[in-house]
Design a protein around this ligand. Structure first.
Ligand code: AVI
Length: 329
């Protein structure tokens, strides 16, 4: 019988092979070349490692976006407020909302008429925000939505017919290949109406050495962040990865703007996951993640192609990161 997993909420046991995580893992590791889905990086250990990454010297995107939100708060918020009519401020993948809190505070202080609807796939994130934000920002109108982005956007439209402003920050769009990012923007546009806005954070093309260093930090946090996915399989899927037998490899192609991470098998080896035996040749790689970089012109093009008009650009002092406002046409 395949190993079982206990679901905390219901107390029921499920076969590991029924888990989406298992199915996606086996699909990726039996493909050629092997790949894994980076959305699975973010269990509790992965969240902690990502926090460490955001504090590490070489990983610049978080600091750049924070600088934009700190120094240009008023300009960004005034553009979102527009003519002052009430709006729903929806954040996709809100996390701990550190960056958006800067904007929320300005909007509250300036009596903007808005409701905040953070959307996150993690139930923990949503209950944390529902509890903590009203303490930090007394009087905030918050409705956390737990689930898939587009399902929850639909729900947000059902809850109210107010104008929508959608935030998609932190260069999360970069974790999709360009074609998928374009498809995502098209889908996003379908869930909005003319006049609605998007505030999107995008990491820009820059000196290739700077980009590569951010995904190949000296302390090895990015390596641990990637290796954690193998450890997660050991923890949750009963796999038997010897994680010391894998090394991290990052590459950046300045022509395409694609920064990619891989784990490379250091030896010929076999790994058991559930009832599947996965073989690795020495030096065989697993493609783990893309962190796509764009030029400002490319983001404008992406906006126009998907039914938006680029309204404003906000960049940090080094010109490394962009927060753009797009308006649905
Ligand atoms: C969440 N995402 C935008 C990060 C990035 O920069 O692609 C994830 C990450 N991967 C390695 N370092 C950071």
């Amino acid at each position: 019988m395949a190993p079982q997993v206990l679901t905390k909420a219901t107390g029921e046991t499920t076969s590991i092979t029924d888990l989406q995580f298992y199915k996606d893992t086996i699909a990726g590791l039996t493909a050629s070349p092997k790949y894994l889905n980076s959305k699975y990086f973010y269990d509790a250990h992965g969240d902690k490692l990502f926090q460490d990454l955001m504090n590490c010297e070489e990983y610049y995107p978080t600091n750049c976006e924070m600088e934009i939100f700190t120094n240009q708060t008023a300009d960004i918020c005034e553009a979102l407020i527009g003519n002052g009519d009430a709006f729903d401020l929806i954040e996709l993948g809100a996390g701990d909302a550190t960056k958006s809190t800067k904007l929320l505070k300005y909007l509250m202080d300036n009596k903007a008429d808005f409701s905040y609807l953070p959307i996150d796939i993690s139930e923990n994130v949503i209950s944390y925000l529902n509890m903590t934000l009203p303490v930090i920002l007394p009087g905030i109108d918050i409705t956390g939505l737990n689930g898939d982005y587009f399902d929850m956007l639909k729900k947000a439209a059902d809850i109210s017919d107010k104008r929508k402003v959608v935030m998609f920050l932190g260069s999360n769009i970069g974790n999709m290949p360009v074609a998928d990012a374009e498809q995502f923007c098209n889908e996003l546009r379908k869930h909005l109406s003319p006049g609605d806005m998007v505030l999107i954070g995008v990491d820009l093309k820059k000196n290739p050495a700077t980009v590569l260093a951010a995904y190949n930090d000296k302390e090895g946090i990015t390596k641990r962040f990637n290796i954690n996915l193998l450890e997660r399989m050991n923890r949750e899927l009963g796999a038997n990865f010897d994680v010391n037998q894998f090394d991290h490899y990052a590459m950046y192609d300045p022509e395409t703007g694609a920064c990619k991470s891989y784990l490379v098998s250091q030896a010929e080896q076999r790994v058991m996951i559930g009832s599947e035996l996965i073989s690795f040749a020495k030096d065989e790689y697993i493609y783990m993640e893309i962190s796509q970089k764009y030029t400002i012109e490319q983001t404008d093009e992406m906006a126009c192609k998907s039914g938006f008009k680029p309204l404003a650009h906000f960049s940090d002092s080094k010109g490394w990161f962009l927060d753009a406002i797009w308006q649905a046409v």
